[in-house]
Design a protein around this ligand. Structure first.
Ligand SMILES: [Zn+2]
Length: 241
């Protein structure tokens, strides 16, 4: 069973012990769209033992330029179910649990139960803030990434130590942002960074993006970091840490 992980066990920073940690880890991925595609493939390939997939959407033809989990045969089918099937074909040794629902304050407790870490792979701020609040109540590390055309970012929140997404974004999401344009190649970079970050945290490595976001400008092929401070009066994490 471990043979499939031979090449990553060979990485000194992972090794047998790190692989065991990954096999014993559980991650909830919120969103099975463009960002979710690479996050799910990467975590499943790495052998993360339990992966939950939250998405209430169905496959649409406009998804196929970037959501490479799906093909034209899947149009109209629930994404969570198809994603589970695809990921199972890649790695039948791990547990994959589809939740064909939208993540809300009401179902948050049920969805987060038993998971070690959450990866956000969504395109709207209101879901980010709902997930952020739910994770803060359980002190679950949260990886977030987003894209807007040729730009994207990734960050990771650990609630006792770093600013949370509410500190970073405020309530602007409630005003409703238009759905951004997105290109598969750019989405794959950002989601690969999200998966990389999630794997580091699962391995117990320090969070390289504590209190900052890594921004990617795909037109100029450049990366920048932007630092954030914890908002002491943040209504989510102001009383933590
Ligand atoms: Zn906060």
């Amino acid at each position: 069973m471990q043979e499939q992980y031979t090449r990553q066990i060979r990485i000194p920073e992972i090794g047998e012990a790190g692989q065991k940690r990954l096999n014993n880890s559980s991650v909830l991925v919120v969103g099975a769209g463009g960002l979710g595609t690479t996050v799910l493939y990467s975590l499943a390939g790495a052998g993360v033992g339990t992966i939950g997939i939250v998405d209430d959407d169905v496959v649409d033809i406009t998804n196929l330029n970037r959501q490479f989990l799906y093909d034209v045969q899947n149009i109209g089918d629930p994404k969570a179910t198809i994603a589970q099937q695809r990921i199972h074909e890649l790695n039948p040794d791990i547990k994959i649990i589809p939740y064909a629902v939208r993540f809300t304050e009401e179902n948050a407790k049920m969805l987060l139960e038993g998971y070690d870490l959450v990866v956000l792979a969504v395109d709207n701020l209101s879901t980010r803030l709902v997930v952020n609040r739910a994770c803060s109540l359980r002190n679950l590390p949260l990886v977030d990434g987003g894209i807007d055309g040729f730009r994207g970012y990734v960050t990771a929140t650990q609630f006792n130590e770093t600013p949370c997404l509410q500190c970073i974004y405020g309530d602007n999401g409630k005003k409703g942002n238009p759905t951004p344009g997105s290109l598969g190649a750019v989405v794959a970079v950002i989601s690969s960074l999200e998966a990389n970050l999630a794997i580091l945290l699962l391995l117990g490595k320090p969070n390289p993006l504590a209190s900052k976001s890594l921004y990617y400008d795909a037109l100029n092929m450049s990366f920048d970091e932007i630092a954030f401070k914890k908002n002491k009066s943040c209504k989510v994490c102001g009383k933590l840490g």
